[in-house]
Design a protein around this ligand. Sequence first.
Ligand code: GLC
Length: 712
Amino acid sequence: MSRIDQLIGAMTLSEKLGQLTMTAAPYAVTGPFVAGDLSEGIKSGTIGNLLNLYGPEIVARTQRLAVEESRLGIPLLIGLDVIHGHRTLFPVPLAEAAMFDAALWTETAHAAAREAAADGVTMTFAPMCDVCRDPRWGRIVEGPGEDPFVGAAIAAAKVAGFQGKNLDGIAACAKHFAAYGAVMAGREYASTDISARTLHEVHLASFAAAVAAGVAAIMPAFTELDGVPMTANRELLQGYLRGQLGFEGVIISDYNAIAELMRHGVAADLAEAAALALNAGVDIDMMAEAYGDGLPVALERRLVTMDQIDAAVRRVLRLKERLGLFDDPYRSAGAESAADLAKRRVLARDAGAKSMVLLKNEKDVLPLTKPRRIALIGPLADAAQEMRGPWAAAAPLTGCATVLEGLRAALPDAEIEYALGVAIDGGAAEEAGGIAIAAALCDGADVIILCVGEAANMSGEAASRAHPHLPGQQQRLCDAIFEKAGGRPVITILFSGRPLIVPALVEKSAALLAAWFPGSEAGNAIVDLITGKVSPSGCTPVSWPRATGQIPVFFGERNGGRPINPADHYTSKYLDSENSPLFVFGDGLGYGRFAFSNLKLSATTLARSGTLAASVDVANEGGHTAEETVFLFCHDRLASVTRPLLELKGFAKITLAAGARGTVTLALKGTDLCFPGADLAPLFEPGEVEIFLGPAADRTRLVGATIRLVAD
Ligand code: GLC
């Protein structure tokens, strides 16, 4: 008999339910309430898993309570939101998405896992896989941006990075299943009401990729989808995840989500809530005490069976066994050396630079050329804490490199004058003085740098914004600086967890760098870019709306029956705005200037079982070595259901010296062109399909050709 069978055979109901319970320790606060002392629950076996605990000593001490003082000695799973780094912070996930570099996505996850494991963490609640096209939603910062292909690529890369081979890293937990990024009006925790088609075309791909990559766990979203809370969504958890995708891992509820089924209005009491969740396939109850208190009653009412409880316990014990916790419950990746930490800071600096997106660079004002006197202005210029972004795990409040520190380190001979200007979110009254002081700094400066944007807590969970603009009085500060600058160029560094609505800032800035929340090496990475040590290469993974009224705006829209036509009144348009976003998916400048030509296809027909190669010549006609991302899009003009105007099917990067040429080749498989048919089953439909390669989701900048899909 296996160890797991023996344990299940020996367990009391209370001990079984303990293995299905995850309780929060107080080392991080990630929910509306925290638990009290955990010792008795661990020793009695009624708490079998913890979250929000880290640190080698405290984890070992706590683990000892379970392993040496409980009746069966089953080790604890220790979970933490290691979302974009642990003690060393990498750029926030939306920023990392802009790197379009799967190897680097994996590398930063692996580095984070090493640091977290050294602190006794055995599971991270990441990757967050929620595709989102609504910048009002605060959690857009945690995800892959607007596109499902990117979401799938990141999910696979992050699972590999966190878990390593055979789970010798830490368990990953893909979240939040599913369509959380489609909350109504971008408002946190609101309902999601989307079509089954949108669910299949946009929101499931990243989870399917996570499962294919062997993700150990999945977390349902807080939200309801078409009237069914995800925590109780049997059709999608049992039917799709476990049935269709064959997911055999553990499903962990979100924080108190099982109890919240009562607020959703689908459970009369905790027993019914617990039964709904268990019947839907949720194995672990995070922080609701629903399984511990509700399942005994649910058993009595015959709402669930002991077999179902045993099956859930088995999955949890299996995960602990695969993590090696039974054989080495005090496992730790070993103390991190100073050399390890230094390596991770180098990685954070590299990822920081590659995640930032240069959205404007008028007259090549960047890179700077030997500035003599710099006026550095704004509330994000020397704000170490804000560089962390949301979900900063175990990273200290201080320690992130600021722009001011980065400039001083890189330009020791330059005279650097700094002024806050205004607070990040200050009121009109108390800010006038600061604006005047900041404006005065511009006198005599040959470079003026504005550092503006959001605070870290304006992004992430429970941080939706109805007006995703520059907060507080920052626009007034910017206007004063633009006016004072006269004809001198102003370089703007924009910090945010979302695309902000900043048309005026874009118009008046000579250069604008979207830095997002860059993490531990923020200031150094930014200065590497603006001084030309590194050429910017980030591409925005999400469209930047011109106005809140445009939301959602994204490249994968349908054509409709009356697509915009300026010559025709009765077509799809606004009276007061262009349809196009301020910046499209893929936009991002560098210090090179790339031209695309000579698209070649290895074949003009493609069967479902076939593969063709699409290649394009790329020339760097600029004056600096630079890196370009080449995207492969397709468009199925005529199909049995409408198809998006562009669908992303691949991307690759190329680095070229000034004046050099190269060729980028991307493979396209027939199965890549399957889409959900009228019955939502994957359909490969013979007919013509347009193929495009180029730098962004803008047909005017793509080179294209047509292929014909043919039956096998
Ligand atoms: C939070 C978040 C989830 C996180 C969990 C544990 O409420 O929704 O993303 O992993 O609780 O901290």
